[in-house]
Design a protein. Structure first.
Length: 102
């Protein structure tokens, strides 16, 4: 069943008809709004269409990079070193959390 959710992006209100959860649609709109504001700050002379194209390219880039990470996960020495560093940071944070709890 679809419903209509009204969202605001870059100062404009849009009624969105979707079968998706309303909170999810609102979250998506907030993300796009955030990207639009960042693009507007970076290119204040751009018109709305130009900003929307920049945002669409940025989100497409994020999607493609994530998709490529899933298809070709990082490997090699650099990945192993990053994983070790992540474990070290996790252990240090766990120790700090334990000390704060005591």
């Amino acid at each position: 069943m679809s419903s209509v959710v009204t969202v605001e992006i870059a100062g404009q209100r849009y009624p969105i008809r979707s079968a998706l959860d309303e909170r999810y649609v609102t979250e998506l709109a907030a993300y796009v709004d955030q990207k639009m504001r960042a693009a507007s700050d970076a290119a204040p002379a751009s018109d709305m269409l130009g900003l929307a194209v920049l945002v669409a390219l940025n989100i497409a880039d994020e999607f493609f990079r994530e998709r490529d990470r899933e298809v070709h996960p990082p490997t090699g020495e650099l990945h192993e070193r990053a994983a070790r560093l992540e474990r070290i940071v996790d252990e240090a944070l766990a120790q700090v959390s334990v000390k704060k709890a005591v």
